[in-house]
Design a binder for this molecule. Structure first.
Ligand code: BGC
Length: 704
C-alpha cells in the first residue's frame, strides 16, 4: 500500500473513520482507495475469534481453538524461549484464521492476590513479566501477526475497572507498573499497545498524552499503534491528540463525527489525525502484505504442545516422604514420633523414605475431587477460549492404563452454598471420598478455585478456597498418610492445610490450559519432571500482602501506598515468613548453583563499571541427581547502603537451564546499567548510585 498517497487522497470523513472500528473486531475499509479491513481477536493464550455476534466478555461463543496455559502458569516456567514458541503457535493459528492482531499479552502487575484477572497476568515482578511477554510478542510477530500489549497502564484491579483512578507515585510507576511495558517495547516492538480503562494520577489513560506519547513513543521508542481497550474512550478528540490512534470497538460513527467537527472548528490539528491514520494504515499494511491464510493449523499438534508447555510451568511446592502402607497395615504407627518399632523413631524413618512423587508404577491411586474430571484450566472473561478438546487427569490416567479410582469429593456447583440439601450431598461425597482414599496407596486430591471465584470484571473478596474443598482435604489426609494435592487456580490461595504431615506433596498446576490433565499425569508419574518456579509470592494470609490496607481504594480513588514494595520486595524488606516465596519450586532432580564469577567490561578495574558497561556474571549449575531436569537460575541485585529506600534485592536476570543426570553447565548473564538503577524523582530519570552492590544467585528469592 502506498500509505502517503492514500492519506493524501482521503477525505476528512474517511480519515476520521479510520480511527475507530467498523464493528466489534474489524477496522473500517475504504474500497475507493483499496484499503481493506483487518480483524483482531482476543488472546492472549489462544484464539477467541467470534464469527457471529461480538462481545468482549466471552459471553458469545467463538470458534473452536486451542487453549494454552494462561500467563499465571506460563510465567512460572521462567522459560522465555518457550514463550516464543507459544507466540509462534498462536501466530500460526491467527494466520490460518485471518486475524491481524492477537489482543495480548497482558502484563499488569499482581499487586494483590485479589485481582480477578491475575490469572491472565504474569507476575508481581516487572522484569519477569516484561521478559516473558516480550518473548511471546517476538514469536507472534515472527508470524506477521501483531501483539497488543495490555492494559497500559496502572490497571491492576477489576473493582471499578472502568472508572478507578490509580494514584501511583513517580518512582513506583517507573520501577514497577510501567517497567514491564518498557521492557517489551524496547525488546520486541509490539505492533500495538492497548490503553486501559482507568485513570492514572487523575488523567484518563485514553487521553493521557504524557503516557501515550511522551513516555511510550518519545522515551521508549514505540513505533506501533495505540488501541483503546474496548470502550475505554471518553473524550475522543482529546484521545487523538494524546496519541490514541484506534478506538475499539465501533463508536457507531459518533466519535468519527466528533473528530471531523473538532478539525473543522480548529480544536484538533489535522496533523494529529494524519499521524493516527498513518499508524492504522501501517498496521493494516503490515498484516496484508504478509498474510498467509493457507497456513495450516493443526489443533491436535497444538494440544500436545499445550501439555508440554504446562509440564514446563507446573510448580512442585512440596514433596515429602512416602509412607509404606504395608508397614501401616502391620499396625505400626508411623506418626508416633517416639515409636521405636522396627528400628528407630518413626519420624526418622519417615524422613529416610523416598519422596512420594513421582508415583511409582503399580501403586493404587485414588483421584479425588471434581477437578480430576472437569479441570479448571482457564479464567473467565474476554480471554475465555472455546477449547476444541479438554483432557482431564482422569482421561490421561485411563489412556495410560494406570490403576486409578475416582471419587467426586465435592460439587463445584455447591462451592458457595450450605443449605440442608447441599449439606447432605456434601456428606455423601465426603464419605465416598474417604472410602476411595482408604482403599488407595496414594490419594490425590484435586482442589483450587472454582470458575466463579475469579474472573475478569470483579475481584475476589478473600484468598480462601471453598469450604467443601477444605473439608475434603482434611477428611482425606486424616485417613490417608500419602495424600497429594493438585491445585488449579489463577491467583494465590491460603493453604493452612499445607503443613499437615499427611499432605505429602503439592503440585500447583495454576490454570494449565486444555491439556492440563495430560500434564498432571505425566508430572505425577514422572514422565515429566516439574520445573516451574513461582512467579509470585504466596503469603500465609491475605492480610500479609503489602497492598492489603489500600487495595480497591476508596470510591474511585486507589492509592498505591505500598509504593515499590510489591510482593517479595515487601516480604524480604520486612523479613517476613511467607508460605512460598517468589521464585520457589521443587524438582525430582537435585541442583546446586555454585562458583559465581563476576567480570565488568568497559572500565579499568574488574569490578568497577561505567555508564555503558555491562557486568558479566557466571555461575555453575549442577544436576546432582540421576534424573534429567531443568533448573531456574535467578540473579538478584541489592544495594545494602543507599540514599534511597530500596528493596533488599530485586530480580535482574533469569534463565531456565536443562541438565542431564550429573551434568554441570556454566550460565552467563550480562547485567547492564538498568540492573543497578532506581528511578530518581529529582532528575526524573534512572540513576545508578556509586558504591557497592551485592549480586545473588539462586533458585528462589529465598535460597541464594
Ligand atoms: C478487556 C480486554 C479485551 C477486550 C476485547 C476488554 O474488556 O479488558 O483485555 O482484549 O475487552 O475483548
Amino acid at each position: 500500500m502506498d500509505i502517503e498517497k492514500i492519506i493524501s487522497e482521503m477525505t476528512l470523513e474517511e480519515k476520521a473513520g479510520m480511527l475507530s472500528g467498523s464493528d466489534f473486531w474489524h477496522t473500517k475499509k475504504v474500497d475507493r482507495l483499496g484499503v481493506p479491513a483487518i480483524m483482531v481477536s482476543d488472546g492472549p493464550h489462544g484464539l477467541r475469534k467470534q464469527d457471529m455476534e461480538g462481545d468482549h466478555l466471552g459471553v458469545n461463543d467463538s470458534i473452536k481453538a486451542v487453549c494454552f496455559p494462561p500467563a499465571c502458569a506460563t510465567a512460572c516456567s521462567f522459560d522465555a524461549p518457550m514463550m516464543t514458541s507459544v507466540g509462534e503457535a498462536i501466530g500460526e493459528s491467527c494466520q490460518h484464521e485471518g486475524l491481524a492482531v492477537d489482543l495480548g499479552p497482558a502484563v499488569n502487575i499482581k499487586r494483590s492476590p485479589l485481582c480477578g484477572r491475575n490469572f491472565e497476568y504474569q507476575s508481581e515482578d516487572p522484569l519477569l513479566a516484561g521478559r516473558m511477554a516480550a518473548a511471546e510478542v517476538r514469536g507472534l510477530q515472527s508470524k506477521h501477526v501483531g501483539a497488543s500489549v495490555k492494559h497500559f497502564a496502572g490497571n491492576d484491579q477489576e473493582h471499578r475497572r472502568m472508572t478507578s483512578d490509580s494514584v501511583i507515585d513517580e518512582r513506583t510507576l517507573r520501577e514497577i507498573y510501567l517497567r514491564a511495558f518498557e521492557i517489551i517495547v524496547k525488546e520486541s516492538q509490539p505492533w500495538t499497545v492497548m490503553c486501559s480503562y482507568n485513570k492514572l494520577n487523575g488523567e484518563q489513560v485514553s487521553e493521557d498524552r504524557w503516557l501515550l506519547n511522551d513516555v511510550l513513543r518519545d522515551e521508549w521508542g514505540f513505533k506501533g499503534l495505540v488501541v483503546s481497550d474496548w470502550g475505554a474512550v471518553r473524550d475522543r478528540v482529546k484521545g487523538v491528540h494524546a496519541g490514541l490512534d484506534l478506538e475499539m470497538p465501533t463508536s457507531g460513527g459518533v466519535n468519527d463525527a466528533e473528530i471531523v467537527k473538532a478539525v473543522k472548528e480548529g480544536r484538533l490539528d489535522i496533523k494529529d489525525v494524519d499521524i493516527a491514520v498513518k499508524r492504522v494504515l501501517t498496521l493494516i499494511d503490515e498484516y496484508e502484505e504478509n498474510k498467509k491464510p493457507e497456513t495450516p493449523w493443526n489443533k491436535d499438534e497444538q494440544h500436545v504442545m499445550a501439555a508440554a508447555v504446562e509440564e514446563n510451568c507446573a510448580v512442585l511446592l512440596k514433596n515429602g516422604p512416602y509412607i509404606d502402607p504395608e508397614m501401616k497395615r502391620d499396625g505400626i504407627d508411623l506418626h508416633d514420633p517416639v515409636s521405636v518399632v522396627m528400628g528407630g523413631p518413626a519420624r526418622e524413618r519417615d524422613e529416610n523414605q523416598p519422596p512420594i512423587l513421582p508415583i511409582r508404577k503399580g501403586m493404587k491411586v485414588a483421584f479425588i475431587g471434581e477437578f480430576a474430571q472437569h479441570p479448571r484450566y482457564q479464567g473467565g472473561g474476554s480471554s475465555h477460549i472455546n477449547s476444541f478438546k479438554v483432557e482431564s487427569a482422569l482421561d490421561a490416567a485411563k489412556e495410560d492404563g494406570l490403576d486409578v479410582t475416582y471419587a467426586q469429593g465435592y460439587s463445584l456447583d455447591d462451592a458457595d452454598s450450605d443449605g440442608d440439601n447441599e449439606n447432605s450431598r456434601k456428606d455423601d461425597l465426603l464419605s465416598e471420598a474417604v472410602t476411595a482414599a482408604l482403599e488407595a496407596d496414594i490419594a490425590v486430591v484435586f482442589a483450587g478455585l472454582p470458575e466463579s471465584f475469579e474472573s475478569e470484571g470483579y475481584d475476589r473478596a478473600d484468598m480462601k478456597m471453598p469450604e467443601n474443598q477444605l473439608s475434603l482435604i482434611m477428611a482425606v489426609s486424616a485417613i490417608n498418610d500419602n495424600t497429594v494435592v493438585v491445585l488449579h487456580h489463577g491467583s494465590p490461595i491460603e493453604m493452612d492445610w499445607a503443613d499437615d504431615r499427611s499432605v505429602k506433596a503439592i503440585l500447583d498446576m495454576y490454570l494449565g490450559g486444555q491439556a492440563v490433565g495430560r500434564a498432571t499425569v505425566d508430572l505425577l508419574w514422572g514422565k515429566a519432571n516439574p520445573s516451574g518456579h513461582l512467579a509470585e509470592s504466596i503469603p500465609y494470609h491475605l492480610e500479609d500482602n503489602p497492598s492489603y490496607l489500600y487495595y480497591g481504594g476508596e470510591g474511585d480513588r486507589t492509592e498505591y501506598r505500598e509504593g515499590v514494595f510489591v510482593g517479595y520486595r515487601y516480604y524480604d524488606k520486612k523479613n517476613m515468613p511467607v508460605r512460598y516465596p517468589f521464585g520457589y519450586g521443587l524438582s525430582y532432580s537435585e541442583f546446586a548453583i555454585t562458583g559465581m564469577e563476576i567480570e565488568a567490561g568497559g572500565s579499568d578495574s574488574a569490578l568497577v563499571m561505567d555508564d555503558n558497561a555491562t557486568v558479566k556474571v557466571r555461575v555453575k549449575v549442577t544436576n546432582k541427581s540421576h534424573v534429567a531436569g531443568s533448573e531456574v537460575v535467578q540473579l538478584y541485585v541489592g544495594k545494602p547502603v543507599s540514599d534511597v529506600i530500596r528493596p533488599v534485592r530485586e530480580l535482574r536476570a533469569f534463565a531456565k537451564i536443562p541438565l542431564g543426570p550429573l551434568e554441570t553447565k556454566t550460565v552467563e548473564f550480562a547485567l547492564d546499567k538498568s540492573a543497578f538503577a532506581y528511578w530518581e524523582n529529582k532528575i526524573h530519570d534512572w540513576y545508578v548510585e556509586s558504591g557497592e552492590y551485592v549480586i545473588y544467585a539462586g533458585d528462589s528469592s529465598r535460597r541464594l
